[in-house]
Every structure is written in C-alpha cells, then in structure tokens.
Design a protein around this ligand. Structure first.
Ligand code: 5MY
Ligand code: ATP
Length: 427
C-alpha cells in the first residue's frame, strides 16, 4: 500500500508506509522512545477499513477518556475518521496501525489544566520511575533513621515477584490538530489552546477496562493509604484516609476504609463490593428479580474473594509495602532533613512523590458474566492512573497533614465515623 496523510506529507512515498514531514518526525522524537504512534485525519485515499473514530467516555480531574471505534459502513456520514500511524523513529518508517490493535484501547488526553502533567510527562514518569517498582527484586533507595535519629540512605529489596503485567501499558500517541479538534468537540472539559503552545499534544493509549453492557462489569478501587501515616498520633482512632474522610467527607455511600480492603476477610470486603456491583448493574438489588439478584451476588462474591484472598490481595500488599518503605518518616519530617546531604534530600522527595502516586492510583477489576452468573477465569485486573506526582504538590501534602493533626481528625470521636478498621479494633 502506498499512502500519505493530509498536511503531514512530504513528496516521498514508501511502499506500505505513510510519509511524514520532517516537523512531524522531530516532534515524534520528543517522547524519547524508539516507537510512537501518531494519530492523523484520514486522507480520502486511505482505505476506510484502517480508520477509527472516537467517542467520549469519561473524565477525571486532569484527563478525558475516549473509546476507539472501528470504521463501519453503516455509521452516519458526518462521523469523523482518523488513522493511527506507528512511527519507528530509528528507521524513520511510519506504517498504519490495524484497527484490531486499537479497539481494545482507550485514548486518555490531558485536559490542559494547571498543575497537571502532560501525557508525555505521565509516560516518562511511568516507565522511568513507577513501573520499575513492580519488577522482581526491585531495589529501592530509602531514607532511614539511624539509632541516633540521623537520616541515611538504605537499600530495600522487594520480593522476587513480577507485578508488571498488572500495570496498564502506556502507549504514547501524538495527536494531529484535527484530532484535538474532534476530541474537544466531544468533551468541553478539554481546554482550548491559547496559541502559545510550541509542542504538539500527546495522548496515551491504555487498555480498555470499561464494562461491556450485559457481559461484564468493572469495579474501580482507589487503594489510597494502605498503612497509617508515619506522623499520625499514637492515640489515633483512625487511619490517614479515614481521617481525611472525617475532615472532608466525599461520597459517603461509596467510601471504604483502605485498611479493610487490604486486610479484611471476604465478609468484610463484600458489602462495599456488593454496593459497587449493584451500581454497575444499574439496579437496586432489593427490588430486582431472583435471577439478577443471584447474578449480582455471584459477581460480588467472586470480586470480594479476589480482593481478599486472590491476586487482588497480593497486589494491594505489594502496594502497601512500597508505600510504607517509600515514605517512612512522613511529609512533615521533610523540614528536619534540610541539613542532610543533597542526595538524601533528593531521595526523600523522590520517594515521597512515588508513595503519593501509589496512594492515588486506581485498581480496575473487570469480571465477565452471563445469565448463570460469573464466567470462570474472566477477571481482568490492572492498576491505572499511576501519574508520577509533581514536586509542586509536596507543600500541599504537608499542609493537609498538619490540618488533619490540628483539627483532631485522627483522634476525635464522631457520629459520622467512616468505619475505619482501626476504630473497629479499638472498640
Ligand atoms: O488528597 P486526596 O487523598 O483526597 O487525593 C486526591 C484525590 O482525591 P480522592 O482520591 O477523591 O480523595 C483526587 O481525586 P478526585 O479528583 O477527587 O477524583 C486527585 O486524584 C488528587 O490528585 P491530583 O491533584 O489529581 O494529583 C489527589 O490528591 P493527592 O493528595 O494525591 O495529591
Ligand atoms: N483504561 C481505562 N479503562 C476503562 N476506563 C477508564 C480507563 N482509564 C480511565 N477510565 C475511566 O475514566 C475515569 C477518569 O480517568 P482517570 O482516572 O484516568 O482520570 P484522571 O483525570 O487522572 O482522574 P483524577 O481525578 O483521579 O486525577 C476513570 O475513573 C474511569 O472510570
């Protein structure tokens, strides 16, 4: 096949490849990876079967998510179609990506808000700093206190287990202005560019863990703080996440204490999981017929088992060990290490940012079902939203921890207790 893309082409055409301009190649090298994807508008002479369209799916505080659909002859004629190109930077070869490789992925695009990371920063942070933590025998350089309360660096080795397959692969994709125009027209939350941008925008292709109506559901778990804050008072009635929930309650009906998720038995985890399953099935479990009721119970019970006894538990435990080792003193200790070596100060900040990243990620659990209940062996489990936190947030974290301590959020009794595992043990 011989093709070229609108507005990106130079005169040269190579058999089976797409010709990109020198500008495009220069921009594609900015990701510092040997291969990247480029998404462009489909030129009329490119076979329609290679093209895809986007559908808005969801958004968070920083990003918007789009589903990718394959070309269909029956789609409305006003549908905009796009082409993904696989750009091999070393050989300067660009080839169209076939649809099947795309339709099980979502496109995540930064909304362009202040203090949030661009997609290319998320990708490099993920591959350079976050993913290596999940490799077998990963070695951390942690900040530890000597018996004389001095700070020093000490190595910690993780167990010989490889958890990298449980992380979402992050495939960088450079987005042509026409693609951005299409995405913005589908999601107002993406900011308009102010014309000062000198770089091309990037997005990230991630595995699509969204549920399929009638055949699978997806439960999202935010692990948050899986062990107590190092600066929590010794008489704390609750964990760091529950303390914040007392201070600033969010989504009371959906809240669960992270320590319960980590260490709770299937019965402890079940009520929370069951609530999420009912939400997903779009039913009030009490008012539905026995068949759907049995289906919902079966799904919730499988997921609760996976979280409390299966790989879900092991993955949460790995996260807990990482969070605890990467942040042994707590953010408030930072002002006390100002006189230590630059290496120690750097390690302290770097590890704290990693610990906070691992506290704010999301575990996606998707499970397949049919009319008889769960289809065995169909749980997909992936950790996502592993965006390496910026150093700009360190001061905010210190302010938050001080507020929790000063407001008594860890220690005061309240009628709106979020159900912390620690409170339960103390009663
Ligand atoms: O402060 P927290 O623990 O409430 O966590 C924030 C999250 O709140 P939630 O998980 O809903 O409680 C918050 O999530 P939402 O936007 O509320 O969904 C963000 O993830 C925020 O991180 P960032 O500012 O986007 O880097 C998170 O801020 P960081 O503390 O991780 O910087
Ligand atoms: N790979 C995925 N598969 C399925 N759904 C996804 C995927 N990534 C994101 N989503 C959905 O989109 C929502 C928002 O995505 P995401 O958490 O990446 O946004 P964010 O802006 O980083 O969120 P935050 O507010 O935590 O910063 C998620 O809660 C989830 O429902």
């Amino acid at each position: 096949m011989e093709t070229s893309t609108d507005e990106t082409s130079s005169a040269d055409r190579i058999h089976g490849t797409i010709s990109l301009s020198n500008d495009d190649w220069a921009a594609l090298t900015s990701l510092k990876q040997s291969r990247s994807h480029y998404c462009v508008a489909r030129a009329s002479h490119i076979p329609a079967e290679l093209s895809v369209s986007f559908e808005y799916f969801n958004q968070g505080g920083a990003n918007a998510i789009f589903k990718i659909h394959s070309w269909s002859p029956s789609a409305p004629t006003n549908h905009q179609y796009f082409l993904f190109v696989d750009a091999n930077i070393e050989d300067l070869l660009a080839t169209p990506v076939r649809q099947p490789k795309l339709i099980d992925k979502v496109l995540r695009v930064n909304r362009g808000l202040e203090k949030t990371l661009r997609s290319e920063e998320v990708i490099s942070g993920f591959y350079d700093h976050v993913r290596p933590l999940f490799a077998p025998k990963a070695r951390l350089t942690t900040v530890v206190l000597t018996p004389r309360a001095e700070c020093t660096l000490g190595p910690v080795s993780m167990p010989d287990l490889d958890w990298r397959t449980y992380l979402m692969d992050h495939q960088g994709v450079m987005l042509h202005p026409k693609v951005m125009e299409d995405l913005r027209s589908k999601c107002d939350a993406i900011c308009r560019e102010d014309g000062t941008q000198t770089t091309k925008p990037w997005g990230i292709l991630l595995p699509d863990l969204s549920p399929q109506l009638g055949s699978s559901i997806t439960v999202e778990v935010k692990p948050k703080w899986l062990s107590q804050s190092p600066t929590a008072p010794s008489n704390a009635l609750r964990c760091r996440t529950c303390a914040l929930q007392v201070a600033k309650p969010k989504d009371v009906t959906k809240y669960v204490c992270p320590l319960k998720l980590l260490g709770g038995s299937r019965d402890v985890v079940y009520p929370w999981v069951s609530g999420r399953v009912a939400e997903q099935l779009g039913v009030d479990v009490k008012s539905i017929g026995p068949q759907v009721q049995a289906q919902a119970t079966d799904i919730a019970s499988h997921l609760a088992k996976y979280i409390s006894e299966g790989h879900g538990r092991d993955l949460l435990r790995r996260l807990e060990v990482l969070q605890r080792n990467l942040d042994q003193q707590g953010v408030l200790y930072r002002k006390r290490i100002m006189t230590t070596s630059q290496e120690t100060r750097h390690a302290f900040d770097h590890n704290l940012r990693l610990a906070m990243t691992l506290r704010d990620c999301s575990l996606y659990l998707r499970i397949g079902y049919n009319s008889s209940g769960v289809i065995p062996g169909t749980i997909d489990c992936k950790l996502g939203d592993l965006d390496f936190k910026s150093a700009d947030k360190i001061e905010d974290w210190a302010i938050k921890e001080r507020e929790l301590l000063e407001s008594g959020a860890y220690t005061r009794r309240t009628n709106d207790d979020p159900g912390c595992l620690i409170t339960g043990r103390l009663l």
